[in-house]
Design a protein around this ligand. Structure first.
Ligand code: ATP
Ligand code: MG
Length: 199
């Protein structure tokens, strides 16, 4: 089997882990690497940021451990999904075949982060702002210049439907069109959906 390394990135709450779990549950030859867990196992978490309510990751420790792990996985010929909102920044680009960026409309993402994930207001707001400014997509473009990058919008879509679209893209070698989102334009057209920004 030909090895494949796919980075699955996107703002927290866009559904990366839900999708990756769905993929590995249905395809036994795929492996899901959750970067948060991997960073903890690699002893790359060096502290805690109380304002952001998140662990502080030593990027150089993480990058080194990840490079070794990915290189071994490629030698073993596995299909690897690297899942994390900072996956584009830390994954070894030379081993990465494709990058998937999951997206979610800001007002819907706000509700997912606040109600489902239980994020505090400040943490939820910062993450939604990252989504509005395309942060993960920009990072993917920056780090995977010559790779195929596809965005999929998960707003109002089940994980199963996103899975079907992902598999179609995968079979086409990520030559599919994916979705183009413009959340600034959406918010300008729907100012009522912006209220979470002013709480
Ligand atoms: N396609 C989807 N449609 C609707 N809801 C979804 C979808 N994908 C995920 N969700 C919901 O959004 C929540 C967040 O999903 P998930 O934990 O997979 O996000 P994540 O991108 O892995 O976030 P993090 O970066 O924090 O790990 C989940 O509780 C899930 O039920
Ligand atoms: Mg996750």
């Amino acid at each position: 089997m030909k090895s494949r390394v796919i980075v699955v990135t996107g703002t927290p709450g866009t559904g990366k882990t839900s999708l990756c779990r769905y993929i590995v549950n249905r395809n036994k030859d795929w492996i899901h690497l959750d970067l948060g867990r991997f960073a903890a196992e690699a002893n790359a978490i060096t502290g805690y940021d109380y304002s952001l309510e998140t662990g502080i990751v030593d990027m150089s420790i993480l990058k080194k451990a990840l490079r070794k792990h990915v290189s071994n996985s490629v030698e073993e010929g596995v299909r690897l999904l690297i899942d994390g909102h900072y996956a584009a920044e830390v994954s070894p680009a030379e081993y990465v075949n494709y990058c998937l960026v999951l997206r979610c409309r800001p007002d819907v993402l706000w509700r997912r982060l606040r109600s489902v994930k239980g994020y505090g207001e400040e943490k939820a707001r910062r993450n939604v702002e990252s989504e509005i400014t395309d942060y993960c997509y920009l990072m993917a473009k920056l780090h995977f210049k010559r790779k195929r990058i596809v965005q999929l919008d998960t707003t109002g879509v089940s994980v199963g439907k996103t899975y079907i679209r992902f598999m179609e893209c995968y079979r086409e070698g990520f030559r599919c069109k994916g979705d183009v989102v413009d959340w600034v334009d959406f918010l300008l057209r729907n100012p009522g959906k912006m209220s979470f920004l002013f709480r």
